[in-house]
Design a protein around this ligand. Structure first.
Ligand SMILES: O=c1ccn([C@@H]2O[C@H](COP(=O)(O)OP(=O)(O)O[C@H]3O[C@H](CO)[C@@H](O)[C@H](O)[C@H]3O)[C@@H](O)[C@H]2O)c(=O)[nH]1
Ligand SMILES: [Mn+2]
Length: 692
């Protein structure tokens, strides 16, 4: 345990035990490989099983990097300096499509950001509207009017849950307990205002013209607030032209970096997706516990919070919560040199994003035009971030806004280093993953804070189609990352500590899982049907190796789920989900191949945050919902049918031949797969009976 004045870091207490387990498991893996290699040419199926197990072994091995040194952190915000000494903070909210990202929800995020517990003269909120839709501009004006009453109310009564949607829902129940009459009266008035805001936005959006995205437009930047007692609120819609690449969210973020640099130039920025409401208003101060610690701030690039979701059900059949990622993996990376960037709920140091490495030898400002573009006003703002002398000028607001439009134009980045060494990287479309990784490669660190009260709550996919499209988007881009010039296998290996690099190797090769899972779903089954064994006899000592590996990984997984607040249901569901997603990775590989050969029109699958009641209900009941995902489910369905057919066909043969000791492994495997996939089968049958 390491204690600093502002935060504390605790290494997992059972670390020696878990490392012993890793070594034990590793030895078993070596035995297994030895056995397989020795029996490689028994038959073709044995060869395929060996291939599957080698890939499984590699994935297992790289996954252990996450288990090597997990840590948890806590913060002492009470030790922070007084409000007037806190640094400036700019919050970036990104949105694009009001149909998939309902404006009211986006505005809830904006309001919750405005209500952040941070000195208001140090806080600025930027809404990036990549769609340029009238309803978003209208919405933010309404939201600001509402915030003007909401923020003082929250402060007066010390409301913790400052996202109005949550406050007025079951999630905010606790906030209403043991309150005064006065509170209740005021609350009811505010509720009426909140409802009025909703109504106004709805009414404005009911005209389909106002919901439209404008793809050919000039940049438009407006300062929304007019009051000193409130944080600055700015609406930013960058220029877009059909023939100029706009680089998706990464492009939007780089634009925001420049625009905010001209206007408020806070040394720290918080990025949230439009659905990621700020649930705990103290997150900004929590992050400052790291940035303001002189012992670590030197090379600290960002503080990541977990992405948590308000619509997760108890059963969570799609593992939308991504428990594994936000507990095991990210805490594991945190103990190495820091977690990856996940794109939402992360506080970043502006200078880390802009000025290369923490011990930079070349000064980016010497070649400012090539690095940052031609705006001299923007370059002045960079000097301020660097703590260098700037030529102080009293520039009028209009001039600043004009310059802001200039740096938000779509030609501004041409022949500059933006998207390359400056700002968010465009190397793959997961701007966050690649940027976080490159920051680490340049020698920066990051920290991860998993607080008791979720700081950010977003909207998770609740049906197969959405879950799968998100998976395909991520895994295909990660695969492109693995084979790009920045690949962790080549570029990262010489720049990152080896164990840390291994975590990125694992992440970027997730698509590989499809091979062993598919082989394990086909080969033993077909062989069972024909009476060919693919595992050692149950009476043979070598069988123990297989059994031990299976039990060992089950126990490890079980302990991990339980110690991170999950239940045995999660444990079971996560295993099913591992099969589903691994098989689904075949589409990610297809997608990545198409992108690689330039066959696909480059697109960004925006996740849908407008979830209808029916979908949410099915999800809460734990029933699989394959609406719109027929094609995506096809491989899984084929595998299931194959398993069932082979099981019964093989059983017949088994009863005749009576080679039970040879076939035990396969019988066990197939029964296990069938038991796991039962709910999927149920889902398919209901889909069929509904005429799907
Ligand atoms: O051209 C675009 C496309 C998207 N977005 C915004 O980017 C955010 C993330 O997009 P979404 O489709 O919701 O992505 P998810 O799959 O839900 O998000 C994860 O994956 C993304 C890709 O790495 C990260 O950017 C996100 O932060 C991370 O939560 C949303 O607020 C969008 O409005 C833009 O601003 N411009
Ligand atoms: Mn999202």
């Amino acid at each position: 345990m390491a204690t600093f004045t502002l935060h504390k870091e605790t290494v997992q207490s059972w670390l020696p035990l878990s490392r012993t387990h890793i070594i034990f498991h590793f030895i078993c893996v070596l035995f297994l490989i030895y056995y397989r290699i020795n029996n490689l040419f028994i038959s073709y199926p044995w060869f395929l099983m060996t291939l599957a197990e080698l890939i499984f072994s590699f994935m297992w091995f790289s996954h252990q990097a996450f288990r090597w040194r997990p840590i948890t952190r806590s913060v002492m915000t009470e030790n922070l300096p007084a409000d007037e000494k806190l640094p400036g903070l700019d919050i970036f909210v990104c949105t694009i499509d009001p149909e998939k990202e309902p404006t009211i929800d986006v505005m809830n995020t904006v309001v919750s950001a405005i209500a952040m517990d941070y000195p208001c003269n140090k806080l600025s909120i930027y809404l990036s509207d990549d769609g340029g839709s009238p309803v978003t501009l209208f919405g933010i004006k309404e939201a600001f009017q509402f915030a003007k009453v909401w923020v003082p109310f929250c402060k007066k009564y010390d409301v913790k849950s400052r996202c109005p949607k949550f406050f007025f829902s079951a999630l905010g129940e606790d906030e209403h307990l043991l309150r005064t009459r006065e509170f209740e009266e005021e609350r009811d008035q505010i509720k009426a205002k909140y409802e009025k805001m909703q109504k106004n936005i709805q009414k404005f959006g009911s005209n389909s013209k106002n919901l439209c995205m404008v793809t050919d437009r000039l940049s438009r930047i407006e300062i929304i607030n007019d009051q000193k007692e409130m944080p600055l609120v700015v609406y930013v819609s960058r220029e877009k032209r059909p023939h100029v690449p706009h680089r998706y969210k990464g492009g939007a973020l780089n634009t925001l970096l420049r625009v905010s640099g001209l206007i408020s130039n806070g040394p720290y920025v918080l990025i949230v997706d439009c659905d990621m409401n700020c649930n705990d208003s103290s997150s900004a101060k929590q992050s400052m516990c790291f940035f303001l610690d002189p012992k670590i701030s030197q090379d600290l690039a960002f503080v990541q919070f977990p992405q948590m979701f308000h619509n997760i059900s108890k059963k969570d059949i799609y593992n939308s919560e991504a428990r594994n990622a936000f507990t095991t993996m990210w805490k594991g990376m945190d103990g190495l040199r820091g977690p990856g960037l996940t794109g939402s709920g992360n506080y970043l140091s502006r200078s880390a994003l802009l000025f290369g490495s923490p011990n930079q030898k070349v000064d980016y400002l010497l070649d400012a035009q090539n690095n940052f573009g031609k705006s001299t006003m923007y370059v002045e703002s960079l000097k301020a971030i660097r703590g260098q002398q700037t030529t102080k000028k009293n520039t009028s607001r209009d001039v600043i806004l004009q310059e802001a439009c200039e740096v938000a134009s779509c030609s501004y980045e041409r022949n500059t280093n933006w998207g390359n060494e400056v700002g968010f990287s465009y190397a793959i479309k997961l701007e966050s993953t690649i940027t976080g990784y490159l920051l680490h490669c340049r020698g920066w660190r990051s920290t991860y804070l998993y607080p008791k009260i979720p700081c950010f709550l977003g909207c998770a996919p609740t049906n197969m189609k959405e879950g799968m499209s998100q998976l395909i988007k991520w895994v295909s881009e990660l695969l492109l990352f693995a084979i790009s010039k920045y690949s962790p296998f080549t570029y990262g290996i010489s720049r990152l500590p080896i164990v840390h690099c291994l975590t990125f190797c694992h992440l970027s090769s997730l698509a590989l899982y499809v091979v062993p899972y598919t082989l394990y779903g086909i080969v033993p089954q077909l062989c069972f049907l024909q009476g060919i064994p693919v595992f050692p006899k149950v009476t043979e000592p070598w069988f123990i190796v297989f059994a031990v590996l299976f039990v060992s990984s089950q126990i490890q997984h079980f302990i991990e789920v339980i110690t991170t607040g999950g239940s045995s249901t999660h444990w079971w569901n996560e295993q099913r989900n591992a099969i589903l997603t691994s098989i689904g990775c075949v589409f990610a590989i297809i997608e990545a191949t198409k992108k690689w050969f330039g066959l696909n029109k480059v697109k960004f699958t925006l996740s849908d945050k407008a979830i209808d009641k029916d979908t949410q209900k099915k999800y809460e009941q734990g029933r699989f919902n394959f609406d719109g995902a027929k094609l995506l489910m096809a491989p899984m369905v084929v595998l299931l049918i194959l398993n069932i057919t082979c099981f019964f066909g093989g059983l017949w043969k088994l009863l005749n031949v009576r080679n039970f000791d040879e076939m035990f492994g396969q019988v066990f495997l197939i029964s296990y797969v069938m038991a796991l996939s039962f709910p999927i089968l149920e889902g398919i049958i209901t889909m069929k009976t509904k005429g799907g």
